[in-house]
Design a protein around this ligand. Sequence first.
Ligand SMILES: [Zn+2]
Ligand SMILES: [Zn+2]
Ligand SMILES: [Zn+2]
Length: 154
Amino acid sequence: MNSKTSKHDHNDCIDSAMEMAESLCEKKGLRFTKIRRRVLELVWNNHQAIKAYDILEMLQKEHVSAKPPTAYRALDFLLEHGFIHRIESLNAYIGCPHPQHLHSFQLLICNQCGLVKEMDKPDLSTKLDNYAKEYEFSLVSQVVELHGLCKKCA
Ligand SMILES: [Zn+2]
Ligand SMILES: [Zn+2]
Ligand SMILES: [Zn+2]
């Protein structure tokens, strides 16, 4: 597992994501099945956005019988419990580094290599909430996806 995104030991990222997911599932009484675990590992393969189709393809290489619903159900589970985020503009997924608390987030997406960084700027979320209120609108969700180039690609 080699991360092309930056100089860090990506195994550490994977390890901590898996450990966190495991302990959170235990705490919440959720079943962290083999397939859910494997799908999370695949999402964490690197820091690039990954599509459901690619996950399915990798699964099928491992378990010949993996059918689309298997992958989608596992992704739904991981999404629902905050272990991964969905990138609407790419119809893809990224692992969340801090699933232990509910949070709003903004995504920085590299158009060249697909690197995705999660920005956690609560003041920005609050601002958007307040701005929306000026328009007599109460937000239930925020999707902030910012496209550009990462340091490597710029
Ligand atoms: Zn990493
Ligand atoms: Zn997150
Ligand atoms: Zn890039």
